[in-house]
Design a protein around this ligand. Sequence first.
Ligand SMILES: O=P(O)(O)OC[C@H]1O[C@](O)(CO)[C@@H](O)[C@@H]1O
Length: 526
Amino acid sequence: MVTWNNLDKLASFEELKKVERVNLAEVMSGENGAERVKSYSVPMAEGLAYNYAAKQVNEDVLATLVKLAEEAQLSEKFEELYNGAVINTGENRLVLHQLTRGQLGNTVTADGVDKRAFYVEQQNRIAEFANKVHAGEITNAAGEKFTTVVQIGIGGSDLGPRAMYLALENWAKKNGCFKMEAKFISNVDPDDAAAVLNSIDVAHSIFVLVSKSGTTLETLTNESFVKDALKNAGLDASKHMIAVTSETSPLAKSDDYLAAFFMDDYIGGRYSSTSAVGGAVLSLAFGPEVFAAFLEGAAAEDKLSANKDVLQNPEMLDALIGVYERNVLGYPSTAVLPYSQALNRFPAHLQQVDMESNGKSVNRFGEPVNYPTGPVLFGEPGTNGQHSFYQLLHQGTDIVPLQFVGFRNNQMETDVDIQGSTSQQKLCANVAAQIVAFACGKADENKNKNFEGGRPSSIIIGDQVNPKTLGALLAHFENKIMFQGFLWNVNSFDQEGVQLGKVLAKRVLAHETDGALKVFSDLLNI
Ligand SMILES: O=P(O)(O)OC[C@H]1O[C@](O)(CO)[C@@H](O)[C@@H]1O
């Protein structure tokens, strides 16, 4: 049995506060720095590596972080989770997203079924459906092939699948497995649906309605928007739509869809990219084999997260260093900076995974915590970010720990040599330069041009963004966030903080307002 304690009740956390701070600029300079870059690296799955040389840690800090991991029983808690304990106490649910990509522990039975078997069955049903669409066995009413897939969903039913699709789109085109273009409608702003509908041939489009609950206002509104467009084009909407939902949702048994595929209450929306939520659109866009390879990468990384050797467990180590930065060094935010255009929307996805999971002020028993929890997370791909917000990162008054991601090769394999280097080399040169610039800084008598340094970062390095590395990368962040939730003793798997706004918006729409809400409603002409 594990014990759930608040972070500030752990002796090793008190010890951590007393460990002498590392002077990052000093340890990252010269030969010492070169040695750190070589040795402060942990292998991840699929040829990736997590390098933490430029983090503000040394052997003393690391040894205390190991003690903290052990005292907080991080491995044991993960074990409980994947063996089917009720880890989501707020909603009284199991947390099973790792089961969508592999079996880490015991058979987990819930609702009378083996849950791994249930997820695999859904993957197989989706694969069969996607293959039939690609083969022209499932077509529109005129017997013509579908050419575009449009996902309708929001939050976890949009961000992860969209980020994964964009990450693999060019790779699939280059590797001959691109089957259909995918588009996404999420915002209740009518301009979102209208723009997507104007950009596609609706008669040859298949729509995937994704909502775990089947009750989300934005998604149901956009479904009606799309149905209207299909009707106006003289088409039968039910022949153009499939649903991904939970078996208990109002959408599950509807005749409005060609087919329905299922996830369940044990998969949080933001953790659903490897379930049917990501499976339907990615299998339709790239084929089921690509989706299977993505799951394989995630499963391989999950295995590493179960490693009890903390310093060989990239997710646990990343989580511990993050908590050290947040709760001992006092840094309030973090940025994810992929040096890869393919990962354009990856930071947007991580915003939800991290902030919806760990943006909590009470512990898993509903009691207030006396320490900061989840940081503000933001990000953009490099080098674009360098020409935007890096000024603050280099010279601002806040220190923002950074999480770089970089790849040796691009996806399209087209490049140019300009002034002695390729674009890919320029991209990689920039990320290497940034790590050292942030860590070491550069003294200048002109204070406006002075770089203090001492700004910590880590980097995940790999060969290329492909289905397997993408799966591993996704699982890395999901599991890191889970371990941080364990350390903060919060429930990372519910999201009560999104409810109040939804309730008030309903009141506005029902014209049941007074006070400030009424005046704002009037100002916005509702
Ligand atoms: O898939 P659903 O049930 O439509 O929910 C969409 C999103 O809404 C949220 O509940 C937040 O409002 C997210 O957690 C979830 O990913």
